[in-house]
Write a protein that binds this ligand. Structure first.
Ligand SMILES: Cc1cc2nc3c(=O)[nH]c(=O)nc-3n(C[C@H](O)[C@H](O)[C@H](O)COP(=O)(O)O)c2cc1C
Length: 300
């Protein structure tokens, strides 16, 4: 596969920004409420953001100095002055108001007002929180680390979580955040966003507690299959050991397997293809043991 290799020495920083922010995606968005020393409120989104520690609970986001004139963003000035912030998680319902709040208004302009969002007092910090946001996280700022002196330089705002507000509507019966109900949005390159909802959330069980055998341990006729994808092979290799040949042989009696074998008994190549197809379908339905048994029936 051909690759384009980008040499940073020959690339303007705006292009580096565009490539990296396109590649490191999707990124969650910290919708940050801050105040200046006089109490003027500011609200802006930052997708250079993530969770970096759970004990102590630490979030980090990064307001960059403006690429065009190296000036500093109000949010950065505010956290330097007050060491407090409320970070909200924006969902699809809020996404356009969040984007509107990223407009570069003058210092004194309150983006809660501009974006039509409701400010309610926070409990432990001065900046207000957004009533409409599904999650609001009150934080104190422990440290701010500047990453450079040129336009586009990041500033890591290291935030320690003091208090978390979660809309009950987005919780499941065990009090955990239900990803389907959260309906979070994340930023990709340019003007692209992604919505984490029922159409694109998928479940990938964690690697089994017993060490998976690894793709290198799969029999050659499976590992070198032209049908099975890397994802298919990884799912097979997540088991500590394959089922036994006796178990696989027993599986011949399964109606779909018995039917396939009898239909293609006189065409060994076609039979192998059909069994592989069936195994792939079983893998996609997360029936890994069954897929293994079908594949073992193809063993040369
Ligand atoms: C979804 C989204 C994510 C953004 N992420 C960042 C970011 O990570 N860092 C940054 O410096 N600006 C980011 N911006 C742009 C800022 O929100 C914008 O410069 C804003 O005007 C800053 O406001 P302030 O000067 O009031 O702090 C983002 C904008 C949007 C819409």
């Amino acid at each position: 596969m051909p690759f384009k290799t980008i040499n940073l020495q020959e690339t303007p920083s705006s292009e580096v920004y565009s490539l990296l922010s396109g590649a490191v995606a999707p990124r969650p968005v910290a919708f940050a409420s801050t105040t200046d020393a006089a109490g003027n409120v500011n609200l802006s989104p930052f997708s250079f953001f993530n969770l970096f520690s759970s004990n102590p609970p630490i979030l980090v986001f990064s307001p960059l100095s403006r690429i065009r004139d190296n000036s500093s963003k109000h949010t950065l000035d505010n956290v330097k002055a007050t060491k407090e912030v409320v970070i909200h998680i924006a969902n699809y319902e809020l996404v356009e108001q969040m984007s509107l709040a990223s407009t570069e208004y003058d210092t004194r302009v309150n983006e809660f007002v501009k974006a039509g969002l409701t400010a309610v007092p926070a409990v432990m910090v001065k900046p207000p929180r957004v009533a409409e946001a599904p999650v609001a996280i009150e934080c104190k700022v422990n440290d701010i680390i500047s990453l450079g002196t040129e336009g586009g330089a990041g500033n890591l705002v290291i935030c320690e979580v003091l208090l978390i507000h979660v809309q009950e509507e987005v919780l499941d019966e065990k009090g955990r955040i239900d990803p389907y109900k959260l309906d979070a949005v994340a930023r990709m390159g340019g003007d692209y966003y992604i919505r984490a909802n029922g159409n694109n959330i998928f479940v990938l069980p964690k690697p089994s507690r017993h060490k998976g055998m690894g793709i290198d341990q799969l029999p050659g006729f499976i590992r070198n299959s032209s049908r099975l994808t890397g994802n298919n092979l990884a799912r097979l290799a997540n088991l500590p050991a394959p089922p036994s040949l006796t178990e696989a042989d027993e599986f011949r009696k399964e109606p779909i397997v018995a039917y396939t074998i009898s239909k293609y008994s006189s065409q060994p190549e076609k039979l192998a293809q059909e069994l592989e197809k069936l195994a792939q379908k079983l893998l996609e339905d997360n029936q890994v043991q069954a897929a293994w048994k079908v594949l073992l029936l193809m063993q040369p």
